[in-house]
Ligand binder design. Structure first.
Ligand SMILES: [Zn+2]
Length: 286
């Protein structure tokens, strides 16, 4: 029963509810995940850079197309909020909502992170996820969601009437401004809905509300991506820490996260090319 429902069910309610659920998109037509290509490439890769993201803060990083990057847990359980942009055009960025529609509420190995319209192409492919054993728990929770948007100071002010400056939205805004050598006000609108790395979330069974529970991530765990285009990334260490209690405050233990960049051997990419933009003609019927 919905909280404010006012209308009695019609006599054929059961029949209307009994219609089959069908997956919205013909996702079997998506470009296949070529596991042997990525596995071969990653076996030849060497680490070329590393960025440490301090607790309750964010850092930016660049990943050339054809390189891998890993987000690595260190010191303690910590959730990360990830933004991705086309390194050469900030208007092309990660599209959390379409990624959710094409894959699922939570993503893992073989899933892609898609860019917004009109580009709509894979920005990155997930190639390894040490938390893939978790699957779905008794509460319906899973790991690495593309449901939640990011903690932000505006929602926090609306609900709690305090100015808190280390929400993921603010952390990402500062990191992006720093990477572009500009002011936060000029760049804030480029910060977008995130991939919630390592976060354990779902919807409550009775009211379908978004919930979080303590992340099962432990030091040494990582999620690994292959950059399908030249990427600019920013990663925030959420002030919620493992997101097992609260967020948008300084009360939870928080830990650093590490972003590692890896370069595969040139021969592993001999037949590979960065992903082209979407092929729709863009005329919208005119
Ligand atoms: Zn956050």
């Amino acid at each position: 029963m919905l909280k404010h429902a006012q209308h009695p069910a019609p006599t054929d309610a059961a029949a209307r509810r009994a219609k089959p659920a069908i997956v919205c998109y013909t996702v079997d037509k998506l470009p296949a995940f070529d596991q042997s290509f990525y596995e071969t490439a990653r076996q030849s890769m060497t680490k070329i850079d590393e960025v440490v993201v301090a607790p309750r803060d964010a850092s930016s990083f660049k990943v050339p197309a054809g390189h891998f990057f890993r987000i690595l847990s260190t010191e303690g359980p910590q959730v990360g909020d990830l933004n991705l942009w086309n390194q050469h055009d900030l208007n092309e960025r990660f599209f959390s909502g379409k990624t959710r529609q094409l894959h699922a509420t939570h993503v893992s190995t073989g899933d892609r992170l898609w860019s917004n319209l009109p580009g709509l192409r894979p920005m990155a492919t997930i190639t390894r996820d040490t938390l893939d054993w978790y699957g779905w728990d008794e509460d319906g929770g899973g790991i690495h969601d593309v449901i939640g948007t990011r903690c932000d100071p505006y929602t926090n002010y609306m609900l709690n009437e305090v100015n808190y400056h280390h929400c993921c939205h603010s952390n990402l805004t500062r990191a992006l401004a720093d990477s572009q050598g500009t002011e936060t006000a000029a760049i804030e609108s480029h910060v977008h809905d995130v991939l919630n790395v390592f976060m354990c979330t779902g919807f409550t069974k009775d009211t379908h509300q978004y919930f979080m529970k303590a992340s099962p991530v432990r030091p040494g765990d990582y999620i690994e991506f292959f950059a399908e285009i030249d990427l600019l990334g920013a990663l925030s260490t959420c002030p919620g820490g493992d997101c097992g209690s609260s967020h948008s405050d300084d009360s939870t233990p928080c830990y650093p996260l590490i972003v590692e960049i890896y370069k595969p051997a040139d021969e592993a990419l001999a037949d590979w090319k960065p992903w082209p933009k979407n092929g729709y003609d863009g005329t919208h019927g005119l």
